[in-house]
Structure formats: C-alpha cells, structure tokens
Write a protein that binds this ligand. Structure first.
Ligand code: ZN
Length: 331
C-alpha cells in the first residue's frame, strides 16, 4: 500500500537508542498505547508539525499520543546485520528472544487459540500480473485480486519481508501454545486473492488474524501503523461485529510494537497514534473474525529500510506484534 504525503526528512540524527528510562517506564506501564505515550513523553522534539493523514482513524489514545511525539524513530542502531536482507526465515534465530519459556506442543497459555497470519502479497505475484489484476468482490466494490507489494531501493521485496516476519511470529506464537496458520507460505505461484485471504481466517474460525505488510510511501515518511476495519455493511461485507474486537487487537499490537521495537508510530498517517481505520481493504471488509493489518514501516524511506532489512529488527517487530496478539487473546 502506499500513501501520498508530505516529504519530510527532518535533519534528525539517530539520537539515542531507547534509553534505560524509557525501557523501565514502558515495562511498568501495561496496556495498549501507553507504551507509546511513555515514549512520547521522554522522546525528542517534534520534527514536522504533523504528517498527512489520508484516512486517519483517531483512537481514544490519540490524546496521549499527541503529547510531544518525536517523528523520528529512535531505532536504527540495532540493524546489526547490514543492509542486505537475509531472506531465510531462520536468520536471527526467531525463537531466541521469546519473552517466555517455550511451551511443549499443545500446551501454553494460548492452547486452543487459533491465529492466522496473512503475509501480504506473494513473492511470485510479479510474474503473474494478469492473474493478480483480476477483480474480486470485496462487498463495497471490486478490487484487484492481489498486488505485488513494494520493495526497498535495494530490492528487498515487501513479500519477502512479510513472509520472514510471519515465520518469526509463527515461532513465537507456537511457543505460547497457539495453533498458527499462514494464508500463504510462498507455496503457490501467486496470491491468494484478498477475498480468499479473508476466507482462510474465517474458515479457520481464527481468534485473531494479522496481515503483515510494509508500506511504500514517500521518503521521510516513517514508522509503523496498524490498520483497523471500519464499520462496513455492504454486499458480502459486514464488519460490524468485528470492529470493536479488531480495535482492541490493533491497539494492543500498536502498544507492544512501540514497546518492543522502540520505534515511533507513523509520522504520516494516523495522527501519530499508530492506528488507521479503513473501509477499502477487502481483506478486512470480508473478515468475520477479529483482524488487522500491520504496516511495519516504509520501505521507500532509507532509515526505515535500514530497519526493515535487519533480521534483528524483524525479530523485534515479530515479537511486538506477537505480544500484542497474546495480550488480546489472554484478555
Ligand atoms: Zn503490502
């Protein structure tokens, strides 16, 4: 996905790693976006006076995030494995930084819970443009079956990124006892189409579905955001029952993403809350189970790209998302 927005690139240095104070405070503050609120409180100066919000769904947490957010994420120092991505899902030892001890199969706090992870796009989509351009019904209107996704300037594709984060999430969630299903694992030539992606979660009767993406916005636009389903009741789409639980899921993911990665929410959509509500995504419109999208960063921004291409950072991203899911499922 891409957004148009102002091309801010503040002359901000990589000021700091997440400082001990931030870590300590964040660890003491439970809840959804409170981690970000704490970050904002101890963060640096405002950099641009506000990014564009193409479809901002400002949450109840917006007021806390409006304190004095730093637009530049403090991350970057953890890009330990260089610019080139490591496409192997095993790089960076996905299970190494699990927040808790491994649970034997079939046990653990998430025993009986079903999580569907939807790695956005498919590495093969580039070779199947005719197939992925086919229109599918998303309730409100029709839309392309799927898209290719974006990439970094160095050619690390979003599809590769999404799959890698999905694999890391699967390892972390299975450690907690969850049953995890992926909508695709580079095991098919292209797709699935967005309607099928939704259907996979529905038919699995998933307790939570997370679609993993990275954005393709302008340079200077930085940070992650979580996309929540808006209330839609049109044709095959009826999200009314999932709006609230999906918001809960999304807020918990956003809060944990900030806490674990130390990165600020998007400076270009969502009014700095890290939350955006949309009614134009088939994968959300057609879902009958709690579902959100996570745009982990902007592949077209060099600073974000340095994070996204780091296996160590992807592990943190996977951990942040997974801990949000665990929090949601445990209530
Ligand atoms: Zn995407």
């Amino acid at each position: 996905m891409s957004y148009t927005g102002p091309d801010f690139d503040p002359p901000q240095s990589r000021r700091f790693r997440r400082g001990p104070l931030t870590v300590v405070l964040a660890a003491l503050v439970p809840g959804a976006l409170l981690g970000w609120a704490v970050y904002a409180t101890v963060g640096g100066p405002d950099d641009d006076g506000g990014g564009a919000s193409t479809s901002a769904g400002v949450s109840a947490a917006a007021s806390s995030a409006g304190a004095s957010p730093s637009g530049g994420a403090p991350g970057g120092a953890d890009a330990t494995d260089g610019r080139r991505p490591s496409p192997s899902p095993d790089s960076g030892s996905p299970a190494a930084s699990s927040p808790s001890a491994s649970a034997p199969a079939g046990t653990g706090p998430l025993k009986g819970k079903i999580v569907v992870i939807d790695p956005g796009h498919n590495p093969g989509n580039f070779q199947h443009t005719a197939e992925i351009n086919r229109r599918v019904d998303i309730g409100t209107n029709s839309k392309e079956c799927d898209t290719t996704g974006t990439s970094t300037d160095d050619g690390f594709t979003e599809a590769e990124f999404n799959l890698d984060v999905a694999h890391r999430m699967r390892a972390l969630l299975e450690e907690q006892g969850a049953t995890v299903k992926l909508t695709q694992d580079d095991d098919r030539p292209f797709g699935p189409c967005i309607d099928e992606r939704a259907r996979i979660g529905n038919e699995a009767r998933a307790d939570a579905v997370v679609s993993v993406h990275a954005d393709g916005s302008g340079a200077g636009n930085r940070g992650f955001h979580v996309i929540l389903p808006g209330s839609v009741n049109s044709g095959a789409a009826d999200t009314r029952a999932i709006v609230e639980p999906s918001r809960d899921l999304g807020e918990r993911i956003a809060g944990n993403f900030v806490r674990v990665t130390g990165n600020a929410p998007s400076n270009y959509v969502g009014g700095r809350t890290g939350l955006v509500t949309r009614k134009d995504l088939g994968g959300l419109n057609l879902s009958t189970v709690p579902k959100v999208f996570v745009e982990c960063g902007n592949m077209r921004d060099s600073k974000d790209a340095a994070l996204l291409t780091s296996g160590a950072w992807r592990q943190k991203a996977a951990q942040g998302i997974s801990e949000g899911i665990v929090s949601f499922l445990r209530g």
